[in-house]
Design a protein around this ligand. Sequence first.
Ligand code: HAM
Length: 419
Amino acid sequence: MRELQAPKGVSEYFPPRSQYFEFVRETLIESARKSGYQLMELPVFEDTELFKRGVGESTDVVSKEMYTFEDRGGRSLTLRPEGTAGVMRSVIENKLDKLTLPVKVWYSGAFFRAERPQAGRYRQFYQVGIEAIGLNDPEIDFEVIAVADRAFKKLGLKSYRLEITSLGDATSRASHRKDLVAYLSNLKLDEATLARAALNPLRLFDDKRPEIQEEMSGAPLLLDYLSTESAESFARVQELLTAAKIAFTINPRMVRGLDYYTGTTFEFVSDKLGAQSGIGGGGRYDGLMAELGGSDLSGIGFGLGVDRVLLACEAEGLFDSTTNKSELDLFIVALSSTEKAFVSNLLNDLRNAGVACDMAYGDRALKGAMKSADKSGARFSAVIGSDEIKSGTVALKDMNTGVSKEVRISTLSAEFQAN
Ligand code: HAM
C-alpha cells in the first residue's frame, strides 16, 4: 500500500512543538483582543471573484497561486489566500458597516497559496489578522501597527524591524502613476512585464530580477507625490510611533503583494530568518469596500504569519520545554488493575468539577506509571490502591517539592478549586 503523506509544502504542528505554536498564536490574538478587536470566523473558501476583484489580477497571489476549484454546482471557489477580502465581503453582506464605526475584528486560521515551498514559505500557512474598518485616521493606523509590535515584544522578540511607507490617496497615486508610466515607457521591457505594468505599474518595484531592479533604480517614488493630506497623515503616524518608542524605517520602495493598499503601509521583518523574513504586514485599503460593492468606507489591518513568528522566536531562543506546557493539576496512578475502575470514576468526577487531571492507562507497572506522572508535568500526583479506597484518604504528592500530604479523596476537588 502507498504510504500516505501530507500534501507538499503544508505546515503542520504536533506535540511537543505545537505547544509553542499555540503560545505564539494566542499571544498574537491576545494583543488584538486587548485593544478592542472582536472575533470574526470566516469561510475557508470563497467565490473566486472575491479575490480577483479584491486582491487584484496583477498580483502573483491571484495570477499564479490560488487554489481554485469547481464545486458540485459548477461554482468557482477558491481557498482563501488572505483574510482581508473575506472580512470585507462579510462586513458588506452582514451590514456591519451600519453599526458603530470603526468595526474592529480579528481572525485566525489557515490560508493557502500555491507558492514554491521553502523554509518559512508554505502552501498552507497560518495568520492572525486584524481589520479596523470605517475610519481614516492616523491614530487608528498607529493603533494597528502598535497591536502587532506589542505582540512581538510580549513574545520577547528583539531582532526584527518595522518598515513603513505611504501609498497615498487617489490623487497622489494618479499623479505618480502618470510619471511612472512615462518612465516605464522608456525602458526595454518584455511582453509579460509590460502586461503586469499595465495592470499595476507599482509591481515593477517588486520585480526580483537584477536587470529590472537596475532599470527601476531611477523610477519616480510615490512617497514624493503625496498630496498634502496624505503627507500630513503619514507624518502624524510617524510622530505617534516615535512617541510610543516603536522604531521604524521608511522604505519608499516597499511593494506589498496585494493590490488593495493605499495610504499607510507597513511590514515587520525578522533579521533571524532567511529569504522569507516577513513576519507580518498590512496597511490601509481605502476603496476596497466600494470595489467589492459596499459603501465607500476605508479600512486598515494586518496579517501576521504565525509560522514565521514561531520560527523567529525559536531562532531567538525564546522557548524552553516549560513554555505553555499544558498544566495538569493532578496525575493519578492506580496501584493495580483492581483499582482502575475506581480511579477512572474519580478522574471523571474531578474533571466534571473542573480539575485538570489525567491517569496512567493500560496495565503498566508502578514504575512506568510514575514515569508517566513525571512526564505529564502535573503539579501533584497520587497513587490509589486498596488501602486508599478503604481509608478514603490519599497521599497527595507535590511534584516540585516531593512533599506529600494526606487528603480525603472526597475533598480532592475542593482541594484543587481552593488552589
Ligand atoms: P501578506 O503580507 O500577504 O498580507 O501576508 C501576511 C503575512 O503572512 C506575511 O508577512 C507572512 O508572515 C505570512 N505569509 C504570507 N504568505 C506565506 C506563506 N506562503 N508561508 C508562510 N507565511 C506566509 C496579507 O495577507 C494581508 N491580508 C494582510 C492585511 C490585512 N492587510 C490589511 N489587512
